[in-house]
Design a binder for this molecule. Structure first.
Ligand code: HEM
Ligand code: HEM
Length: 187
C-alpha cells in the first residue's frame, strides 16, 4: 500500500458527503413528484421546499470546495492509474454539476419571475430578469443537468460497490463515519 493509502477522509468531509447525498436524493424525489402535482398549496410548498434544499446543497458544495483547499482528500489505495484518473474526473464532474444544477434552478426561477426564499428566513435576489425565452432554456438546462447528475451518481455507486466487493479495498471504509471505532469493537 502507498504511504497515504490508509488515510481516511476527515470528519467534516464525511459529514458533508453523506448529508449532501441524502439531500440530493430528497431533491430528486421531491423534484420529480412536484412537477406532476395539481396546482394546489401542497404543490407550492413542495416547490418552496425543493428550492430551499437546492440552495442548501449549493452552499454545502461551495463550503466543501473551500474545505478541500485546507484538507487534501486521501489518495486512492493502490489503484491502477486509470482508476485514479477516473475517480478524479468523476469528482471534478460531480462538483461542476453540483454547482451548475442548483444555479440553473435559480436561473429558471428568476426567469419565471417567482420570488425565492431560503426556508422562509432569507429572500434570495433574482439572478436575471424575467424572460420567456430564457425561462424555457433554463428549465431544459435544469432537467438535462439533473439527468446528468443521476447518471453520474449511478456510475459512482457502481464504482464504489466494485471497490468494496471485487477489489475489496478500503475505498468505502474511508468514507464511512467512525469506521475505526466499529472495527475495533468487532476485533
Ligand atoms: C447523491 C449521491 C452522491 C453524491 C452526489 C456523491 C458525491 C461524491 C463526491 C463529490 C465525492 C468526492 C469527495 C471529495 O473528494 O471531495 C465522493 C466520494 C465518495 N463517495 Fe460519494 N456521492 C454520492 C453517493 C454515494 C454513495 C451512495 C456511496 C456509497 C455507496 C458513496 C461513496 C463514496 C466514496 C467511498 C467516496 C470516496 C471515493 C474516493 O476516495 O475516491 N457516495 N462522493
Ligand atoms: C442539487 C440541486 C438540485 C437538484 C438535484 C434538482 C433536481 C430537480 C429535478 C429532478 C427536477 C424535476 C425535473 C423534471 O422532471 O422536469 C427539478 C425541478 C425543478 N427545480 Fe430543481 N434541483 C436542484 C436545485 C434547485 C434549485 C436551487 C432551484 C431553485 C432555486 C430549483 C428549482 C426547480 C424548479 C422551479 C423545478 C420545476 C421545473 C418545472 O416546473 O418543470 N431546483 N429539480
Amino acid at each position: 500500500m502507498s504511504a497515504r493509502s490508509s488515510e481516511r477522509y476527515g470528519g467534516t468531509a464525511i459529514a458533508i458527503h453523506w448529508v449532501t447525498a441524502v439531500l440530493i436524493l430528497a431533491l430528486f424525489v421531491i423534484g420529480w413528484r412536484m412537477v406532476g402535482m395539481q396546482l394546489s398549496p401542497a404543490k407550492m410548498e413542495a416547490y418552496a421546499l425543493h428550492k430551499s434544499i437546492g440552495l442548501l446543497v449549493l452552499a454545502a458544495v461551495i463550503f466543501r470546495l473551500l474545505w478541500r483547499g485546507f484538507r487534501t482528500p486521501p489518495a486512492l489505495p493502490d489503484a491502477p492509474r486509470w482508476q485514479q484518473h477516473a475517480a478524479r474526473a468523476t469528482h471534478v464532474l460531480f462538483y461542476l454539476l453540483l454547482f451548475a444544477l442548483p444555479c440553473s434552478g435559480w436561473m429558471y426561477n428568476s426567469s419565471v419571475g417567482f420570488p425565492l426564499s431560503f426556508f422562509g428566513f432569507a429572500s434570495m435576489p433574482p439572478l436575471i430578469e424575467a424572460d420567456q425565452v430564457a425561462k424555457d432554456t433554463w428549465r431544459a438546462m435544469h432537467w438535462l443537468l439533473g439527468w446528468m447528475l443521476a447518471g453520474l451518481m449511478g456510475i459512482h455507486i457502481v464504482a464504489v460497490l466494485y471497490h468494496q466487493f471485487v477489489q475489496r479495498d478500503s475505498v468505502l471504509q474511508r468514507m464511512l463515519p467512525a469506521f475505526d471505532i466499529w472495527k475495533r469493537r468487532q476485533a
